[in-house]
Design a protein around this ligand. Structure first.
Ligand code: FES
Length: 673
């Protein structure tokens, strides 16, 4: 080390090196492989390369670091401060600050190119930012009579020299805007490069931010998260009802529509793409950006939504052997899918798992990563067609189960979608059979002061999916409903809430302007739906050779709203420690967002999907048996010891209340006598 060399330690990476005085800090960082962002290529324009000079004596590193060990801030940094906001104390643009002594330099998270994206509580994994689209600012040699080369060739030359990116292709759409951008930017432009291989957009002068959209196309709702591709932040989120609903509530009715109307597939493709374009407009305006600033879209959806979005008829998915047109991930352009983002924008569609287990389930795996754990995970997306994944790092299995729309409030006499006025929480006193409930749109329970005022704008209008689960579970726990799912009319003697209905009974939750009750048929619908769900999970457990699971994740709009305890009381899911049953939120949307922000995750899910074992419930003889057993609450044969250790039902001793438990007790009694 000469007397004109300085030691530098970068935190948090801990990388260190020795550099001659006068070296830009950014260059020192780069040569050590320290992750520092830059769009403008060190021109002091983008502000992405900010570092913090740590001051003090760092005995561990044998360094005394002070702000004086950097060159004083010059014109470029002052101009940056004027144009944007002044740099905070000890903050410098690393491309401008020169080494003039020993230093400890902190690279704050927002300056790291591969920073960790902060995730919501329900989301399990951290995302390392590593997008497929990057922005590069370049200065291009002006057109000159003496140099007859084309503008594109000079642009490519500049990118090669300044950013070391060779042999880039250029999207024809970009070529059309290239000459205007170059001249408008006075030969300074920002290009967006996809996959380090293709220029997909160009802007005059410096462009600091680019955006991407993660879309989950559900059969009921379409959700979209707009993310800043340069820092991973979600800047806007929006959702709409899937406009295909007018062609049929559930998936199979949409397939039937296509079967009966030859032009139906095209109509549904048009409306779903129009729906996504509406979302693009919405999120762009919420974030205060132009739709053209969106450069990439990732798509997750169940197989039928996936096919219809791509313009592929879903007819083959309507009958065995449920063949997908393709199960591979797809790299497409926004133009060929009629998406109104940047005209050079790209689209990544996640791979499908099987004919009934789609790209939404693949996204769910990406979000929950069961393939990385030793514990046995059960992940369920509870929709009209439940998608179920079971497994761990050794093995993953998947199936789907036809639950029908009961969980979404359809086919339930007072059922409705989750909206203000819908009952969502229910409690029944097992002694008096009195009911208290809460509705969406109000924080106040029905037996609390102020309830009537709190709902005056909408009233009590029906019961939503999570409400019907709680209502039936509470009816079971208070013995209004038997294990076989029969409403016990004999209780009419002690409660006016039981009303005869033909030869069955119904139970009144609320008697107001509208009477909201649970009928015998409602209970049957829930039994059918939950029976199908449980039978699917059980079948996977059979194939995996396990009789219990370590963790359960409930995903989807409905899955993430139901109370795990009630889901287990009814036997939607197998017995498990309740603290290990959690909501996964919109796991498919999260997975689409992970794929948007991290290209390695795309390769990961493509590889994982190939090794998932697909189980087709329709051809499994045991499915029907499991389904019949699972019609009982919580199950005819399977015991729920963990659940009943914490939940009581009148008449159930020591909390054990399933038929199987009672049979065991009876057997023990007869042996004893
Ligand atoms: S690299 Fe852009 S301001 Fe330093």
């Amino acid at each position: 080390m000469s007397s004109k060399d300085a030691k530098i330690v970068f935190t948090p990476s801990g990388r260190r090196g020795t550099f001659p005085y006068g070296t830009p800090v950014l260059d020192a960082a780069r040569s050590l492989g320290v992750d520092v962002d830059s769009v403008c290529g060190g021109r002091g324009l983008c502000g992405r390369c900010q570092i913090i000079c740590a001051e003090g004596e760092f005995t561990k590193h044998a360094i005394v670091s002070t702000a004086d060990h950097l060159s004083p801030a010059g014109d470029v940094e002052y101009r940056y401060g004027e144009r944007r906001s002044p740099l905070a104390k000890n903050r410098r643009l690393s491309c401008q600050a020169l080494v003039q002594g020993d230093l400890v330099i902190d690279v704050p998270p927002e300056s790291q190119m591969h920073r960790q994206v902060v995730r919501k509580k329900a989301e399990h994994r951290d995302i390392t930012l590593d997008t497929s689209v990057h922005l590069y600012f370049v200065e291009v040699q002006e057109a000159d009579m003496a140099d007859p080369s084309g503008d594109l060739q000079r642009l490519l030359q500049a990118i090669s020299t300044e950013w070391d990116l060779q042999d880039l292709a250029c999207d024809p759409a970009v070529l059309r805007t290239l000459q205007v951008a170059l001249r408008k930017g006075k030969w300074k432009v920002t290009v967006a490069v996809h996959d380090q291989s293709r220029i997909i957009a160009i802007w005059p002068d410096l462009k600091r931010d680019a955006f991407g959209l993660a879309v989950d196309i559900g059969s009921t709702t379409i959700a979209a998260h707009l993310c800043n591709l340069t820092n991973g932040e979600v800047v806007a989120t929006s959702g709409i009802m899937n406009p295909q609903i007018r062609f049929g509530e559930d998936l199979m009715s949409r397939v039937s529509y296509v079967m009966m109307h030859p032009e139906g597939a095209e109509e549904m493709t048009d409306v779903v793409r129009a729906g996504i374009n509406t979302l693009i407009q919405d999120v762009a305006s919420d974030a205060g950006i132009a739709p053209e600033d969106i450069l990439e879209v990732t798509i997750a959806g169940n197989p039928i939504m996936h096919h219809l979005f791509l313009g592929i008829s879903p007819v083959e998915l309507g009958a065995a052997p449920f063949a997908l047109a393709t199960d591979a991930a797809l790299d497409l352009t926004a133009k060929e899918l009629d998406l109104n983002i940047n005209r050079g924008g790209v689209v990544y569609v996640l791979p499908c798992i099987a004919g009934h287990v789609g790209a939404d389930a693949a996204a769910m795996v990406l979000a929950e990563e069961p393939h990385l754990f030793e514990e046995m995970s059960l992940i369920v997306d509870v929709g009209t067609n439940a998608e179920i994944i079971l497994g761990n790092r050794d093995r993953l299995l998947a199936c789907s189960s036809p639950t029908g729309p009961a969980f979404e409030g359809a086919q339930i006499s007072c059922g409705q979608r989750a909206a203000p006025g819908a009952i969502e929480r229910v409690r029944i006193d097992p002694e008096t059979l009195e009911v208290r409930f809460s509705v969406i749109g109000s924080e106040v329970w029905s037996d609390e002061p102020g309830f009537a005022e709190s709902i005056s704008a909408f009233g009590v209008t029906g019961i939503c999916g999570s409400g019907i689960i709680e209502a039936v579970a509470e009816m079971y726990l208070s013995a209004v409903v038997s294990e076989d799912g029969v409403i016990d009319g004999s209780l009419a003697e002690r409660s006016a809430r039981l009303l005869p209905e033909d030869r069955t009974w119904s139970f009144v939750l609320h008697d107001g302007e509208q009477r909201i009750s649970v009928t015998q048929n409602d209970v049957r619908q829930i039994q059918l739906a939950k029976g199908a769900l449980y039978a699917g999970a059980k079948l996977l457990m059979d194939h995996a050779g396990v009789d219990s699971v370590d963790r359960i994740r409930l995903a989807g709009a409905f899955g993430s709203h139901i109370d795990a305890r009630y889901a287990m009381v009814l036997g939607l899911i197998p017995d498990c420690d309740l603290e290990h049953v959690e909501s996964a939120g919109n796991a498919a949307g999260t997975g689409a967002r992970i794929a948007l922000l991290n290209v390695a995750a795309r390769r990961e899910i493509e590889e994982v999907v190939r090794r998932i074992e697909k189980i087709e419930t329709a051809i499994e003889p045991k499915f029907q048996d499991y389904f019949v057993d699972a019609m009982a609450f919580p199950n005819k044969n399977d015991t729920f010891p963990k659940l009943f250790a914490v939940v009581n039902r009148p008449g159930s001793k020591a909390g054990a209340s399933s038929s199987a438990d009672r049979r065991t007790r009876r057997r023990r009694r007869s042996r004893a006598s």
